[in-house]
Ligand binder design. Structure first.
Ligand code: DC
Length: 210
């Protein structure tokens, strides 16, 4: 839904830190592939998470010192991430990494369970939504622009399967958290989405000041 773009624009505008939590799941999945750890073995993955070092610096992601930013952005890495993300041991292991990112002056955290689980006391919880068809079209455009091969019906299919897995898992399923504000982005240009998000942020900051 362009949430990564919006989160990054917002962090820039506010001068706050940015957490791309999906990158953590993607990187853990990559580490699992490399260490030969089964993506369905939750306890093993949890133990693996305790032994690796993942660093996020803006768009850059490092795994044990090696830059893996491009490697974790492939569609296959997204599917792997969604597989490791179903395990409670994994979610528990990554909870600390994510909460450690909450530093002054503030944090914009991007991810499916930010408001529901990781930061239940967040000042503002935004849930960006778009139809699978729209998201597939955006992804298709991105892949084509990078000169990669893509097929629109396959992308729609993949997204639907991933959504179902993310929603139906028992551990921190994808959901609108209590108090969450839904922003539908289907057919809305990114500048307008950002304007809507900014209006919500301004209102939340003003309300906090009282
Ligand atoms: O946002 P993304 O595409 O980088 O996320 C990849 C996968 O990681 C997604 O399918 C589910 C998982 N994920 C998660 O379960 N919880 C998060 N906070 C972020 C990502």
């Amino acid at each position: 839904t362009g949430k990564g773009t919006i989160a990054s624009l917002l962090a820039d505008r506010l001068g706050w830190h940015l957490l791309d939590s999906g990158a953590l799941y993607r990187t853990l999945a990559l580490a699992a592939r490399r260490h030969g750890v089964d993506l369905d073995a939750g306890a093993d993955l949890g133990r693996l998470a305790a032994t690796i070092r993942v660093q996020l610096e803006g768009e850059r992601v490092r795994l044990d010192g090696e830059e893996v930013s491009a490697l974790i952005r492939t569609a296959a890495a997204g599917v792997d991430a969604s597989r490791v993300a179903v395990h409670p041991e994994v979610r528990q292991a990554l909870l600390g990494w994510q909460r450690d990112a909450a530093l002054a002056p503030g944090l914009v955290a991007d991810g499916r369970d930010m408001g529901s689980r990781v930061f239940p006391d967040a000042l503002l919880k935004l849930y960006l939504d778009a139809s699978p068809e729209e998201r597939a079209r955006r992804r298709y455009k991105q892949l084509k622009e990078k000169g990669m091969d893509a097929n629109l019906p396959d992308l729609v299919q993949e997204l639907r399967a991933r959504d179902a897995r993310d929603r139906e898992r028992t551990e921190s399923p994808l959901q609108v958290p209590p108090g969450g504000v839904i922003v539908d982005t289907t057919s809305v240009p990114i500048e307008q989405v950002f304007a809507r998000v900014l209006a919500q942020v301004d209102a939340a900051l003003a309300a906090r000041k009282g």
